[in-house]
Design a protein around this ligand. Structure first.
Ligand code: BEZ
Ligand code: FE
Length: 263
């Protein structure tokens, strides 16, 4: 325990002086006034008082994308690319048994498209990972995430699945649509003040675990989305865009996932 806190303190001693030097340099260069500085402190205090807004601030300032890049960039193991988790993950999502469907219909859901998502989870060492768990979350076709939309049952468009013995998985969902990140709090006011739009392209979030392998947090995007090139959190990676095809009268998307062994 003592060793751990020593490691943490050494790291702080290394990083904090550089953070302060960079901040002081900006304050000096722009001759920031007392009034402006107190407004900034008030803003940060409000961000801290509002649920999930610090993660949201990290996301919209593209800081989360940078941290993802620093943590996973340059991985040449052949593992599937990681991506930002965002603030909308909910712990303990329901298990969805085969045939897995991750939503219930709800009043006002509109006439979106049913989408089948399928793929296989393998190790970059080769071979399927039969003990993998695929955990997904996304918005509905209208109204966004369950937590924002009182019409939707709790945990709608969320769920975990165990893969088959050959590593394969499949679930039924609906094609998500682009949506805006929450704009009702201090981060929404920040976006307006700096002239940044709040839209994200449609996507499905994945968190994939398997014994002996690094957990993968990622997102899948779809071609021809108007926000693919200008996601407000800058999280689109070309390697994570997957076509949606119409087969046998249904929309289908294939997303195969490769995990990297630990160590
Ligand atoms: C999301 O994709 O769920 C998300 C990411 C960043 C901010 C808000 C939402
Ligand atoms: Fe999302």
């Amino acid at each position: 325990m003592e060793a751990m806190s020593k490691v943490r303190n050494e790291r702080l001693a290394e990083v904090v002086p550089d953070v302060l030097a960079a901040l002081h340099e900006v304050l000096r260069r722009h001759r920031v006034t007392e009034e402006e500085w107190f407004a900034a402190l008030d803003f940060l205090s409000e961000v801290g008082r509002t649920e999930n807004e610090f993660i949201l601030l990290s996301d919209v300032t593209r800081t989360s994308v940078l941290i993802d890049e620093l943590s996973h960039g340059g991985d040449e193991s052949g593992a599937t690319a990681s991506d930002v988790e965002g603030p909308l993950y909910r712990d303990d999502p329901p298990w969805r048994e085969k045939p897995a469907k991750i939503y219930e219909d709800y009043e006002g859901m509109g006439d979106g498209d049913v989408l089948m998502v399928r793929g296989a989870v393998t190790s970059t060492d080769g071979g399927p990972l039969p003990d993998a768990v695929v955990d997904v979350w996304q918005t509905g076709p209208d109204g966004g995430y369950d937590v924002w939309d009182p019409r939707q049952p709790a945990y709608n468009f969320r769920g975990r699945m165990r893969v088959e013995a050959d590593g394969s998985y499949e679930f039924q969902t609906m094609l998500p649509k682009p949506y805006t990140v929450p704009t009702g709090g201090p981060v929404g006011r920040y976006l307006e003040a700096v002239g940044q739009h709040p839209w994200r392209p449609a996507h499905i979030h994945f968190k994939v675990t398997a014994p002996g392998h690094q957990t993968l947090v990622t997102q899948v995007f779809f071609p021809d989305d108007p926000y693919l090139e200008n996601d407000t959190i800058g999280a689109v990676k070309p390697a994570l865009v997957r076509p949606v095809e119409r087969r046998d009268g249904e929309l289908a998307c294939v997303f195969d996932i490769a995990l990297r062994p630990l160590g």
